[in-house]
Write a protein that binds this ligand. Structure first.
Ligand code: ADP
Ligand code: MG
Length: 235
């Protein structure tokens, strides 16, 4: 049974990559629930399946078996075009490697989710400039990704993930290229945009400096969730 009052519901998710010469089971039966209004962090050693799991949650990757539902929608049951539409409306994703389009300016990259959702280019560009200002890049809207530092590119990726106010934002190590102060600022911003009683935020991180922002922390190892803890900090 899918519980519609959850932001994300994962039940017995298995995912194996087949490289031809090798089969690697990245997820070995994941059970996890993310509540509405919650910031869930995912931690665990490199290779334990964190990126694979959030890719399934975001509808970027199909699991081999098990259920993944987001706001009550079973992603595997959606047809391709329905899934694209659902993702465009409801999900923002910050890739570990940013995935910015190299020939587009920062503002054009950030505009993409709005344009996919039907907004006119000019209006989207104005909104993109506003969101870039929130991440401290007001003066870099016209820069190409190659003209930006790693930390600046990361903030463009974060702006792109939040611009359409998606109900679920999923971030893969969003502070890895940011200094302490900028990392704290970005986390506060993500929380303010992404968290109310109808939304949720899932963040993969190694960065102990941002653990304090979590409501709960799920520890993964070897393709499994081995423990879910309440954050020690009272909110
Ligand atoms: P993490 O994000 O925790 O470092 P990943 O989800 O990226 O872990 O990877 C989990 C396992 O799956 C690792 O053993 C990794 O090598 C493997 N893997 C990830 N992506 C692929 C892929 N596209 N093809 C084959 N193996 C992959
Ligand atoms: Mg990863």
């Amino acid at each position: 049974m899918i519980d519609k009052s959850l932001a994300v519901f994962c039940q017995q998710i298995v995912k194996t990559y087949d490289t031809g010469s090798q089969k690697i089971t990245a997820l070995q039966g994941i059970d996890l629930e993310v509540h509405l209004g919650e910031l869930m962090m995912l931690v665990g050693p490199s290779g334990c399946g964190k990126t694979t799991l959030i890719s399934v949650m975001a509808g970027i990757l199909d699991q081999d078996s098990g259920i993944c539902s987001v706001f009550g929608e079973d992603l595997l049951k959606l047809k391709n075009h329905e899934k694209l539409k659902f993702r465009a409306r409801n999900i923002g994703f910050v890739f570990q490697s940013y995935n910015l389009l190299p020939t587009l300016s920062a503002a054009e990259n950030v505009s993409i989710p709005l344009i996919i959702n039907g907004m006119k280019r000019q209006q989207a560009a104005r909104k993109a400039a506003e969101v870039l200002a929130l991440v401290g890049l007001a003066d870099r809207t016209e820069s190409l990704p190659s003209e930006l530092s790693g930390g600046q590119q990361q903030r463009v990726a974060i702006a792109r993930a939040m611009i359409h106010s998606p109900r679920l934002i999923v971030c893969d190590e969003p502070t890895s290229a940011l200094d302490h102060e900028t990392g704290q600022h970005v986390l506060e911003l993500l929380k303010s945009v992404a968290l109310d009683s109808s939304r949720a935020l899932v963040i993969v991180t190694h960065d102990a400096r941002i653990f304090e922002f979590a409501d709960r922390i799920a520890q993964m190892d070897d393709g499994k969730v081995i423990r879910v803890q309440q954050s020690r900090v009272e909110h």
